[in-house]
Design a protein around this ligand. Structure first.
Ligand code: HEC
Length: 110
């Protein structure tokens, strides 16, 4: 009985450790994903300002008033050539559709 209790306790301990490390791994994966999403959106900051807020007198459109849907539509239009532009058509082609979705969801209004 003593042995049984001990091995049950042992099993429980192992189970708890496995469970905790799973939570930790999940949290880390989520952190990495958030970082990746923010890093993608940050590639736009040179011209459109941090979080798309714009840079004073830079002559670039302020993009943070666009909804995420509208922003994605504009990005896809640049990518497909439906919308003309000087910089954005070339730039948009450098991202996958999934990356543009992520960027629009980070920078666009919900
Ligand atoms: C090198 C400067 C530069 C960078 C970097 C840049 N943009 Fe642009 N963006 C422009 C310019 C210039 C325009 C005006 C259209 C054109 O001439 O290409 C524009 C237009 C836009 C528009 C249309 C705005 C409107 O009111 O319809 C959106 C949306 C946009 N950019 C999103 C982005 C996103 C998202 C990124 C990052 C992936 C990005 N831009 C990176 C320069 C830039």
């Amino acid at each position: 009985m003593k042995n049984f209790c001990r091995s049950t306790a042992h099993l429980l301990a192992v189970f708890t450790i496995v469970l905790l490390s799973c939570f930790d791994a999940c949290a880390q994966t989520q952190d990495a994903q958030v970082l990746y999403h923010r890093a993608l959106a940050a590639t736009c900051a040179n011209c459109h300002g941090t979080d798309g807020k714009g840079i004073e007198n830079a002559g670039m459109p302020i993009i943070n008033q666009l909804t995420d849907k509208n922003m994605l539509a504009q990005l896809m239009a640049f990518k497909t050539g439906e919308r003309m532009g000087t910089i954005m058509p070339q730039l948009a082609k450098g991202y996958t559709d999934e990356q543009l979705q992520v960027i629009a969801s980070v920078l666009g209004k919900k």
